[in-house]
Design a binder for this molecule. Sequence first.
Ligand SMILES: [Zn+2]
Length: 372
Amino acid sequence: MKELKIRIKTLTPLWTGGLDGTMDRIHETGLIGSLRWWYEAIVRGLGGRACDPSEHSCELSGSRLLAYENARRQGKDWWLALKEAGICDACKIFGTTGWKRRFQMTVVEDKTQPAWEPRDQTLNIRPPERGRGWYLLPGHVGTFTLKFVGEGKVISLLAFLFLWLEQYGSLGARPQLGYGAFRIINREEVAKKAKRGKAVLQEISVQNNKASIYPDLRRFLFFRYEFEPSKPGWWTRVPGVGRIGSNIQALVTNQNMVPTTPSLKNKWRFHQWRGSRDEEVEIFGTLRPERKRGRIGVTWAYRENGIWAIHGWAWMPQRENLARGLWRILSNEFVWKDVLGVQGKLKVIPSGQWKERTPFDVRKLLQGVCDD
Ligand SMILES: [Zn+2]
């Protein structure tokens, strides 16, 4: 068994949920859910197979179990034996009925605290023309360490996954509200381990040439906006943010973060998007009549080394005309500048225009993670 400690500093609050709807501490289950979600998207993007967990198609029982045991008897390792039994690449590591998760994860050093107090107090961000706006709970900010124990191969895959999340995604729940951006403090150590994980992923063979209807990196767009405001109070002019008062002032001053997510989403959804109500819900989600998650994850603005940044992703809808429309909105630098009131630099992947990627493109994208 190998061990890996990943030391993490939050860039925006981390949200893992809790028992009473607020967050009392970091809950491991809330983190694992996000790890699995992204790992599945990576596997599918490479053309590999990740089952839909709600279908229970990957149980290790009956004939599958026999196939697994057979392969093991022939001296094959568990990885290969599971493959022969038809267990998907995500269940191999994250577990399924009849097969335990291949790693343990514990929070060993939790030096986080609520982003503001008390922890059940919501921050209401209401852009001028909205009736209700968005309600944000504090989540946790600070540093913490995650300890992973598992086999070398699994640990290396997790190390790679964290490097991926740091650059392109986020950790924990509610990415749609901007939670979960982070920096790995012991980056070099993690990157060293991740090398092997990257190689293991490259071995996934292409079984599906067409992108899945489930999260699949071939149908993701990624973006990053960086800006250096000339005035420290730039955020007071962001619609809905400036008038909140002392809570925000403390966030900006002490935590170097500004909850710009609602203002950007408000602009994209209610000012930029042109289309039917159904299409709007399909992209931006809704709470009623039943909750449907939006397809855009965008962090709050966070400051590192004097530079402010926002990053995020969109899981593109199946219909290409919607996907193209969404690409146009998100890659419009004027919209960003208009909401934030600061000229910056926007980077969008893929650039130029929206196009579903191939497993080869995804491979290249993964290859570039922490190649420095
Ligand atoms: Zn599976």
